[in-house]
Design a protein. Structure first.
Length: 310
Protein backbone atom coordinates (compact mmCIF):
# COMPACT_ATOMS: atom_id res chain seq x y z
CA UNK A 1 0.00 0.00 0.00
CA UNK A 2 1.22 3.50 -0.88
CA UNK A 3 -0.22 6.77 0.37
CA UNK A 4 -0.34 8.14 -3.19
CA UNK A 5 -2.76 5.36 -4.21
CA UNK A 6 -5.29 6.60 -1.66
CA UNK A 7 -4.77 10.22 -2.74
CA UNK A 8 -5.29 9.19 -6.36
CA UNK A 9 -8.48 7.38 -5.40
CA UNK A 10 -9.83 10.42 -3.51
CA UNK A 11 -9.05 12.67 -6.46
CA UNK A 12 -10.87 10.33 -8.84
CA UNK A 13 -13.85 10.23 -6.49
CA UNK A 14 -13.91 14.03 -6.45
CA UNK A 15 -13.63 14.63 -10.21
CA UNK A 16 -15.35 11.43 -11.43
CA UNK A 17 -13.14 11.69 -14.48
CA UNK A 18 -9.74 10.07 -15.09
CA UNK A 19 -8.40 12.98 -17.17
CA UNK A 20 -9.29 15.67 -14.63
CA UNK A 21 -8.05 13.56 -11.73
CA UNK A 22 -4.76 12.90 -13.52
CA UNK A 23 -4.31 16.64 -14.07
CA UNK A 24 -5.05 17.24 -10.41
CA UNK A 25 -2.46 14.66 -9.36
CA UNK A 26 0.05 15.96 -11.93
CA UNK A 27 0.51 12.54 -13.53
CA UNK A 28 -0.52 10.99 -16.84
CA UNK A 29 -3.92 9.38 -17.22
CA UNK A 30 -2.29 5.99 -17.82
CA UNK A 31 -0.27 6.33 -14.61
CA UNK A 32 -3.40 7.21 -12.64
CA UNK A 33 -5.27 4.24 -14.09
CA UNK A 34 -2.36 1.93 -13.24
CA UNK A 35 -2.18 3.17 -9.65
CA UNK A 36 -5.95 2.78 -9.17
CA UNK A 37 -5.63 -0.82 -10.38
CA UNK A 38 -2.79 -1.36 -7.91
CA UNK A 39 -5.03 -0.08 -5.12
CA UNK A 40 -7.81 -2.41 -6.24
CA UNK A 41 -5.38 -5.32 -6.26
CA UNK A 42 -4.34 -4.45 -2.72
CA UNK A 43 -7.99 -4.14 -1.62
CA UNK A 44 -8.88 -7.41 -3.35
CA UNK A 45 -11.99 -5.96 -5.05
CA UNK A 46 -12.86 -3.54 -7.89
CA UNK A 47 -13.46 -0.09 -6.42
CA UNK A 48 -14.27 1.85 -9.61
CA UNK A 49 -16.87 1.13 -12.29
CA UNK A 50 -15.08 2.19 -15.49
CA UNK A 51 -18.06 1.39 -17.74
CA UNK A 52 -19.97 4.55 -16.76
CA UNK A 53 -19.44 8.23 -17.48
CA UNK A 54 -18.89 10.03 -15.25
CA UNK A 55 -17.02 7.37 -13.30
CA UNK A 56 -18.94 5.73 -10.45
CA UNK A 57 -17.78 3.65 -7.52
CA UNK A 58 -18.68 0.02 -7.04
CA UNK A 59 -20.46 -0.91 -3.79
CA UNK A 60 -17.03 -1.88 -2.44
CA UNK A 61 -15.68 1.50 -3.52
CA UNK A 62 -18.53 3.32 -1.77
CA UNK A 63 -17.70 1.46 1.44
CA UNK A 64 -13.97 2.05 0.99
CA UNK A 65 -14.24 5.83 0.31
CA UNK A 66 -14.98 7.20 3.84
CA UNK A 67 -12.28 4.99 5.33
CA UNK A 68 -9.78 6.14 2.71
CA UNK A 69 -10.57 9.77 3.57
CA UNK A 70 -10.06 9.10 7.26
CA UNK A 71 -6.76 7.35 6.59
CA UNK A 72 -5.40 10.22 4.45
CA UNK A 73 -6.63 12.81 6.95
CA UNK A 74 -5.05 10.91 9.85
CA UNK A 75 -1.67 10.61 8.15
CA UNK A 76 -1.75 14.25 7.03
CA UNK A 77 -2.68 15.35 10.55
CA UNK A 78 0.16 13.27 12.00
CA UNK A 79 2.64 15.00 9.70
CA UNK A 80 1.32 18.47 10.49
CA UNK A 81 1.33 17.86 14.23
CA UNK A 82 4.89 16.56 14.10
CA UNK A 83 6.03 19.59 12.12
CA UNK A 84 4.30 22.00 14.48
CA UNK A 85 5.85 20.40 17.56
CA UNK A 86 9.39 19.89 16.32
CA UNK A 87 10.00 22.33 13.49
CA UNK A 88 11.38 25.81 14.05
CA UNK A 89 9.97 27.11 10.77
CA UNK A 90 7.98 30.32 10.76
CA UNK A 91 4.26 29.95 10.29
CA UNK A 92 3.17 30.50 6.70
CA UNK A 93 -0.45 30.81 5.58
CA UNK A 94 -1.21 28.55 2.62
CA UNK A 95 -3.64 29.85 -0.03
CA UNK A 96 -5.15 28.16 -3.04
CA UNK A 97 -6.34 30.90 -5.35
CA UNK A 98 -6.80 32.20 -8.88
CA UNK A 99 -4.03 34.07 -10.66
CA UNK A 100 -6.36 37.00 -11.44
CA UNK A 101 -7.20 37.56 -7.77
CA UNK A 102 -3.49 37.43 -6.89
CA UNK A 103 -2.92 40.29 -9.33
CA UNK A 104 -5.96 42.49 -8.77
CA UNK A 105 -7.49 41.81 -5.37
CA UNK A 106 -5.08 40.23 -2.93
CA UNK A 107 -2.45 43.02 -2.50
CA UNK A 108 -4.89 45.75 -1.39
CA UNK A 109 -7.03 43.39 0.65
CA UNK A 110 -3.97 41.96 2.42
CA UNK A 111 -2.79 45.49 3.17
CA UNK A 112 -6.10 46.17 4.92
CA UNK A 113 -5.95 42.90 6.86
CA UNK A 114 -2.42 43.59 8.09
CA UNK A 115 -3.36 47.17 8.99
CA UNK A 116 -5.35 45.66 11.87
CA UNK A 117 -2.05 45.09 13.65
CA UNK A 118 -0.24 41.91 12.60
CA UNK A 119 1.85 41.01 9.53
CA UNK A 120 1.44 37.55 8.01
CA UNK A 121 3.58 35.37 5.79
CA UNK A 122 1.65 33.89 2.87
CA UNK A 123 2.24 31.28 0.22
CA UNK A 124 0.16 30.51 -2.87
CA UNK A 125 -0.46 27.24 -4.64
CA UNK A 126 0.98 26.68 -8.10
CA UNK A 127 0.25 29.56 -10.48
CA UNK A 128 -1.21 27.27 -13.14
CA UNK A 129 -3.47 25.19 -10.91
CA UNK A 130 -6.95 24.68 -12.33
CA UNK A 131 -10.02 25.88 -10.46
CA UNK A 132 -11.04 22.31 -9.68
CA UNK A 133 -7.56 21.59 -8.34
CA UNK A 134 -7.73 24.62 -6.05
CA UNK A 135 -11.08 23.46 -4.69
CA UNK A 136 -9.76 19.95 -4.13
CA UNK A 137 -6.79 21.35 -2.18
CA UNK A 138 -9.25 22.80 0.34
CA UNK A 139 -11.35 19.63 0.41
CA UNK A 140 -8.20 17.63 1.19
CA UNK A 141 -6.99 20.16 3.79
CA UNK A 142 -3.86 20.86 1.74
CA UNK A 143 -4.22 24.61 2.26
CA UNK A 144 -5.57 26.93 4.95
CA UNK A 145 -7.68 29.11 2.67
CA UNK A 146 -9.26 29.18 -0.76
CA UNK A 147 -9.58 32.68 -2.28
CA UNK A 148 -11.87 32.36 -5.26
CA UNK A 149 -14.58 33.80 -7.43
CA UNK A 150 -17.97 32.22 -6.73
CA UNK A 151 -21.17 31.81 -8.70
CA UNK A 152 -24.05 29.50 -7.89
CA UNK A 153 -24.04 27.87 -11.33
CA UNK A 154 -20.52 26.42 -10.83
CA UNK A 155 -20.80 22.85 -9.48
CA UNK A 156 -17.55 22.95 -7.48
CA UNK A 157 -18.81 25.93 -5.48
CA UNK A 158 -21.82 23.87 -4.40
CA UNK A 159 -19.41 21.23 -3.08
CA UNK A 160 -18.16 23.82 -0.57
CA UNK A 161 -21.58 24.42 0.95
CA UNK A 162 -20.49 23.15 4.39
CA UNK A 163 -17.26 25.18 4.53
CA UNK A 164 -17.10 28.51 6.39
CA UNK A 165 -16.53 31.46 4.07
CA UNK A 166 -16.41 35.25 3.99
CA UNK A 167 -17.75 37.32 1.10
CA UNK A 168 -14.99 39.86 0.46
CA UNK A 169 -16.45 41.70 -2.51
CA UNK A 170 -17.85 41.28 -5.99
CA UNK A 171 -16.59 41.58 -9.55
CA UNK A 172 -18.08 42.37 -12.94
CA UNK A 173 -16.96 40.10 -15.74
CA UNK A 174 -17.32 41.93 -19.06
CA UNK A 175 -16.91 41.21 -22.76
CA UNK A 176 -14.00 43.20 -24.23
CA UNK A 177 -12.36 43.64 -27.61
CA UNK A 178 -9.60 45.73 -29.11
CA UNK A 179 -10.82 49.01 -30.59
CA UNK A 180 -10.76 50.13 -34.22
CA UNK A 181 -9.64 53.61 -35.36
CA UNK A 182 -13.00 55.07 -34.33
CA UNK A 183 -12.82 53.57 -30.85
CA UNK A 184 -15.44 50.94 -31.59
CA UNK A 185 -14.92 47.22 -30.90
CA UNK A 186 -13.17 45.27 -33.63
CA UNK A 187 -15.22 42.28 -32.58
CA UNK A 188 -18.70 43.37 -31.52
CA UNK A 189 -21.20 40.96 -30.06
CA UNK A 190 -24.80 41.29 -31.18
CA UNK A 191 -27.76 38.98 -30.67
CA UNK A 192 -28.27 36.91 -33.82
CA UNK A 193 -25.38 38.81 -35.40
CA UNK A 194 -22.48 37.63 -37.54
CA UNK A 195 -20.03 35.08 -36.08
CA UNK A 196 -17.45 36.67 -33.79
CA UNK A 197 -13.97 35.37 -32.97
CA UNK A 198 -14.09 34.21 -29.37
CA UNK A 199 -11.25 33.87 -26.88
CA UNK A 200 -12.48 31.22 -24.50
CA UNK A 201 -11.59 29.56 -21.23
CA UNK A 202 -10.39 25.99 -20.98
CA UNK A 203 -12.88 23.48 -19.57
CA UNK A 204 -11.14 23.17 -16.20
CA UNK A 205 -11.36 26.90 -15.40
CA UNK A 206 -13.96 28.67 -13.26
CA UNK A 207 -15.27 30.93 -16.03
CA UNK A 208 -15.59 28.04 -18.51
CA UNK A 209 -18.15 26.60 -16.09
CA UNK A 210 -19.84 29.89 -15.17
CA UNK A 211 -20.26 31.66 -18.52
CA UNK A 212 -22.47 29.11 -20.32
CA UNK A 213 -25.28 29.24 -17.75
CA UNK A 214 -24.84 32.86 -16.73
CA UNK A 215 -24.51 34.36 -20.24
CA UNK A 216 -24.58 32.02 -23.22
CA UNK A 217 -27.77 30.14 -22.40
CA UNK A 218 -29.73 33.39 -22.61
CA UNK A 219 -27.82 35.07 -25.45
CA UNK A 220 -27.80 33.82 -29.03
CA UNK A 221 -24.28 35.00 -29.79
CA UNK A 222 -22.53 33.20 -32.64
CA UNK A 223 -19.05 32.53 -31.31
CA UNK A 224 -16.15 31.13 -33.32
CA UNK A 225 -13.59 29.94 -30.76
CA UNK A 226 -10.10 30.82 -32.03
CA UNK A 227 -8.10 30.51 -28.79
CA UNK A 228 -8.44 28.92 -25.36
CA UNK A 229 -6.58 29.47 -22.10
CA UNK A 230 -7.37 28.96 -18.43
CA UNK A 231 -5.98 32.36 -17.40
CA UNK A 232 -7.88 35.64 -17.81
CA UNK A 233 -4.62 37.57 -18.21
CA UNK A 234 -3.71 35.47 -21.24
CA UNK A 235 -7.12 36.07 -22.83
CA UNK A 236 -6.74 39.80 -22.16
CA UNK A 237 -3.41 39.84 -23.98
CA UNK A 238 -4.98 38.14 -27.00
CA UNK A 239 -7.89 40.60 -26.93
CA UNK A 240 -5.53 43.59 -26.83
CA UNK A 241 -3.71 42.13 -29.86
CA UNK A 242 -7.01 42.11 -31.75
CA UNK A 243 -7.64 38.38 -32.00
CA UNK A 244 -11.20 38.36 -30.69
CA UNK A 245 -13.59 39.02 -27.82
CA UNK A 246 -13.12 37.71 -24.28
CA UNK A 247 -15.07 37.88 -21.03
CA UNK A 248 -12.61 38.93 -18.32
CA UNK A 249 -12.84 40.43 -14.80
CA UNK A 250 -13.22 44.18 -15.19
CA UNK A 251 -10.56 44.96 -12.60
CA UNK A 252 -8.00 43.17 -14.78
CA UNK A 253 -8.71 45.53 -17.69
CA UNK A 254 -8.72 48.91 -15.90
CA UNK A 255 -5.55 50.26 -17.52
CA UNK A 256 -6.41 48.98 -21.00
CA UNK A 257 -9.95 50.41 -20.83
CA UNK A 258 -8.62 53.80 -19.77
CA UNK A 259 -6.04 53.87 -22.57
CA UNK A 260 -8.55 52.73 -25.18
CA UNK A 261 -6.72 49.49 -25.97
CA UNK A 262 -9.83 47.61 -24.93
CA UNK A 263 -13.50 48.57 -25.17
CA UNK A 264 -16.72 46.85 -24.28
CA UNK A 265 -17.80 44.35 -26.92
CA UNK A 266 -21.34 43.69 -25.63
CA UNK A 267 -24.16 45.46 -23.87
CA UNK A 268 -23.76 45.61 -20.04
CA UNK A 269 -26.84 43.39 -19.82
CA UNK A 270 -24.44 40.58 -20.66
CA UNK A 271 -22.03 41.27 -17.81
CA UNK A 272 -21.68 38.53 -15.22
CA UNK A 273 -21.46 39.35 -11.52
CA UNK A 274 -19.40 37.01 -9.36
CA UNK A 275 -18.62 37.12 -5.65
CA UNK A 276 -15.12 37.05 -4.21
CA UNK A 277 -15.01 34.58 -1.32
CA UNK A 278 -12.49 33.37 1.20
CA UNK A 279 -13.14 29.79 2.31
CA UNK A 280 -11.29 28.30 5.26
CA UNK A 281 -10.24 24.74 5.92
CA UNK A 282 -11.79 22.87 8.82
CA UNK A 283 -8.24 22.04 9.90
CA UNK A 284 -6.03 25.14 9.78
CA UNK A 285 -2.36 24.28 9.33
CA UNK A 286 -0.88 26.80 11.78
CA UNK A 287 -1.98 28.94 14.73
CA UNK A 288 -1.56 32.23 12.87
CA UNK A 289 -4.20 31.06 10.35
CA UNK A 290 -6.86 31.32 13.05
CA UNK A 291 -5.77 34.86 13.89
CA UNK A 292 -5.77 35.73 10.19
CA UNK A 293 -9.37 34.53 9.81
CA UNK A 294 -10.47 36.80 12.66
CA UNK A 295 -8.66 39.76 11.06
CA UNK A 296 -10.35 39.01 7.73
CA UNK A 297 -13.75 38.99 9.45
CA UNK A 298 -12.97 42.41 10.94
CA UNK A 299 -11.95 43.91 7.59
CA UNK A 300 -15.19 42.79 5.95
CA UNK A 301 -16.08 43.50 2.33
CA UNK A 302 -14.13 45.54 -0.18
CA UNK A 303 -16.51 47.42 -2.49
CA UNK A 304 -16.05 49.26 -5.81
CA UNK A 305 -13.63 46.71 -7.22
CA UNK A 306 -12.56 48.70 -10.28
CA UNK A 307 -11.79 51.86 -8.35
CA UNK A 308 -9.75 49.91 -5.80
CA UNK A 309 -7.71 48.21 -8.49
CA UNK A 310 -7.00 51.34 -10.53
Amino acid sequence: MEMKWLEDFLSLCHFKNFTLAANDRNITQSALSRRIKQLEQWAGLPLVDRSTYPVHLTPAGESFLPRARKAVDAISALREETLQRHSAREEILSFATMSTLVLTFFPLWMERVEATGEPFRTRFSEAYSSFATNVSKLLRSECDFLLTYAHDCVPAIRELVDYPYLTLGSERVIAVSAADEEGKPLHKLALDGAPVNYLGYRDSSFFAQALPQAIFDRASFRLNTVYENGMSAALKAMAVAGHGVAWIPESLAVAEMKSGQLVRAADPAFDMIVEIRLYRSFRLRCKSAGRFWKRAEEVGTLTDRVALSA
